[in-house]
Design a protein around this ligand. Sequence first.
Ligand code: NAI
Ligand code: MG
Length: 360
Amino acid sequence: MKKTYRIAVIPGDGIGPEVIAEGVKVLNKAAELDGSFQFDFTYFPWGCEYYLGHGKMMDDDGLEQLKDFDAIYLGAVGYPGVPDHISLWGLLLKIRKGFDQYVNLRPIKLLDGVRCPLNNVQSEQVDMLVIRENSEGEYAGAGEWLMKDSPQEVVLQTGVFSRKGTERIIRYAYELARKHGKTLTSISKGNALNYSMVFWDQVFDEVGKEYPDVKTSSYLVDAASMYFIKDPKRFEVVVASNLFGDILTDLGAAIAGGLGLAAGANINPERKYPSMFEPIHGSAPRHAGKQTANPLASVWSASQMLDFLGHSDWGNKLIKTMEELIVRGEVLTQDMGGTATTTEVGDEIVSLLDHSFAIK
Ligand code: NAI
Ligand code: MG
């Protein structure tokens, strides 16, 4: 009997629905070609439009509705007309935090055929996996707004680094580096952030004692930003706090082909709750409804979902197929120098998959 994966789909705002539609097509094709599994997709209308109609980004019992799915597939959240902190906290962060998706996995890999904006950099020199802490740190939402709107106004935004939270993300990174035989780089700022990042460095060293086989480095975040550009091959597995990981992965996306290609998985490693897969870009209002958005970031996150569900053979096949599409260069969206529509790119991936992997 076929295994059925129940996937909650939240297309969200702007280009979200357009790019997710292509990812869904590709996932269905992978399942069809494999034959041993299938997908059952359930759609949720949550996002900014929902907010304008209902005064909230998702249903009050939204997490309850999502909790029994095998995974969540999300497009993008946020649109002009709803303040970004409302849309972000009302949906995306609610899910990430509520489901303890404390690992954010962001591959930064220059695929064959993708033009790198850096001079003389070959594709094998940009191949890293950034592990971003996803549950606390600088995005814990802790702080105070004192004497609001008065001349004495004071705002405090507090970073929260618990021992549990810091240890588990660093341990996850060591495990992954060990498993893949890669080096591990910690991103810090212990010179200026004299509590949080001194603690982070200490935990990185402590946990490292259990992994003497893993070769490590530690960089200050400013120096790391420079080396991402000047010498990206230094980085293999990278572990960073929520804020540093957020910023560095947009930089990473820029050197690996742009936001139209970058994917991220929000993982609850214990599998107590569903994990969530999404392109890292936003709703790109400029492209919304025009069929000009690049769906490849969504396809890449679909590949991460397949990895997570235990089908990394198909995860790899999707990446290979994206490379084939890009090397051919005939069916690409504008951001990659082409003229194809979002749907045409998705259809082409499906047809390349058919061509390469159908049992003949
Ligand atoms: P954005 O990622 O939507 O766009 C940044 C730039 O990249 C724009 O020039 C956009 O046109 C381009 N771009 C992004 N994705 C693309 C794609 N697939 N194909 C072609 N071009 C693409 O970020 P921006 O403009 O800062 O934010 C727009 C809205 O999205 C805001 O409301 C923001 O809060 C939200 N947002 C949501 C995220 C999420 O849901 N995970 C992440 C980032 C932003
Ligand atoms: Mg970001």
